[in-house]
Design a protein around this ligand. Structure first.
Ligand SMILES: NC(=O)c1ccc[n+]([C@@H]2O[C@H](COP(=O)([O-])OP(=O)(O)OC[C@H]3O[C@@H](n4cnc5c(N)ncnc54)[C@H](O)[C@@H]3O)[C@@H](O)[C@H]2O)c1
Length: 279
C-alpha cells in the first residue's frame, strides 16, 4: 500500500520542519521529490534572503543552521530517487511558473504538490497587528498556495491525476489568540482546498487540507520551550503530548496515495484531539 513509485512531487518550504519530513516520507514511498524553499543552505545570498523575507524566524533558521534543502535532496538521492533543491519564493509568481516548467521538463511531469510554506513568527492582538505582517502572511500562506495551485494545475490536468495537500492549522479552525493573520490564512486554505477539490474532480485531482495541532518542528519546539502558553496547548490534547513531524508526514503520504483517491475536499485534523471539548 501507499506506493508512490513513479510520482513526481514538489514540496514548498521543505528546507526544514514539517516540509522536510514530508519530502523524505514521500521519497521513502517511492516518489521523486523537489525540495523548494526561499532558503537554501549553500545559497551565497542566504543571509540577505533571510533578512529580506521580513521574518524573524527566517533569520533564526539561517543563523541556527536549520536550513537543509540541499542536504535533504542529497538524502533523497541516496534513497535512489531523483531530487533537487530549488530556491523558490511562493509569492513570486513568475518564479513559481518558471520552476514548475523546469521541474516538468527535468522530471517529465508533476503529480503532487504539497503547499507547506508559511510564515508564523509574531503574536499580536488585533489593535497591535502590524499591517506589514498581516500583508506578508496573506501573501505567503494564502496567496502563495494559490500561486502554486494555479501554476501546477495544467500539469496535473495533463496527467489526468493529481494530489494537492494544503497545510492548514487548528488556528484556522479554532482561531488563534494573537494570530489574526495566521489564523485567517489557515482558514482560507481550507476554502481553497475545497474549491480545488470541486474543480479537480473531473481531472482526477484530489485536494485536501491537513489541520495540525502543535507539531514539534524546530520552530514549534523553540516556541514550546520559551512560551508558557504551549503547556496549555499540550494539556488540551487527549494524549498530553505534542505531535511529531512524522505524524503529519504519514497523513500527507496517505492523502497522496492511490488508496486515498476517494478523499477530496477534506480537512483532516492531526492534533491529538485538541479541538474536542474536555470535561
Ligand atoms: N509546527 C506546527 O506546530 C504547525 C501547526 C499547524 C500548522 N503548521 C503548518 O505546517 C507548515 C510547516 O510548519 P513548520 O513548523 O515546519 O514551519 P517552519 O517555519 O519551520 O517551516 C516553514 C518553511 O517555509 C519556508 N518559507 C517561508 N516563507 C516562504 C516563501 N515565501 N516561499 C517559500 N518558502 C517559504 C521557510 O523557509 C521554512 O522552511 C506551515 O504551513 C505551518 O503553518 C505547523
Amino acid at each position: 500500500m501507499f506506493d508512490l513509485s513513479g510520482k513526481v512531487a514538489i514540496v514548498t518550504g521543505a528546507s526544514r520542519g514539517l516540509g522536510r519530513e514530508d519530502a523524505l516520507t514521500l521519497a521513502r514511498l517511492g516518489a521523486d521529490v523537489v525540495i523548494s524553499d526561499i532558503l537554501l543552505e549553500d545559497d551565497p545570498d542566504l543571509a540577505t534572503t533571510a533578512e529580506g523575507a521580513n521574518s524573524v524566524l527566517a533569520q533564526v533558521a539561517a543563523a541556527q543552521g536549520w536550513v537543509h534543502a540541499n542536504a535533504t535532496a542529497e538524502e533523497i538521492r541516496r534513497l535512489g530517487r531523483r531530487s533537487t533543491a530549488i530556491k523558490m519564493d511562493v509569492t513570486d509568481r513568475d518564479r513559481v511558473r518558471e520552476v514548475f516548467r523546469q521541474v516538468a521538463e527535468q522530471f517529465g511531469k508533476i503529480d503532487i504538490l504539497i503547499n507547506n510554506a508559511a510564515t508564523l513568527d509574531h503574536v499580536a492582538q488585533i489593535p497591535n497587528q502590524d499591517y506589514r505582517l498581516w500583508d506578508r502572511d496573506i501573501a505567503v500562506n494564502l496567496t502563495g498556495a494559490f500561486n502554486c495551485t494555479k501554476e501546477v494545475w495544467p500539469y496535473l490536468v495533463q496527467n489526468h491525476w493529481g494530489r494537492i495537500v494544503y497545510m492548514s492549522s487548528v488556528a484556522g479552525t479554532m482561531g488563534g489568540f494573537g494570530q489574526a493573520s495566521y489564523s485567517a490564512t489557515k482558514a482560507g486554505l481550507i476554502g481553497l482546498a475545497r474549491t480545488a477539490a470541486l474543480e479537480g474532480g473531473r481531472h482526477g485531482i484530489t485536494a485536501n487540507a491537513i489541520v495540525p495541532g502543535i507539531i514539534l518542528s524546530e520552530a514549534a519546539r523553540t516556541a514550546a520551550e520559551t512560551n508558557p502558553i504551549y503547556e496549555r496547548f499540550r494539556n488540551r490534547t487527549v494524549f498530553k503530548r505534542f505531535g511529531e513531524p512524522s505524524e503529519i508526514a504519514a497523513t500527507v503520504a496517505f492523502l497522496c496515495s492511490e488508496e486515498a483517491g476517494y478523499i477530496t475536499g477534506a480537512a483532516i485534523e492531526v492534533a491529538g484531539g485538541m479541538s474536542l471539548l474536555t470535561a
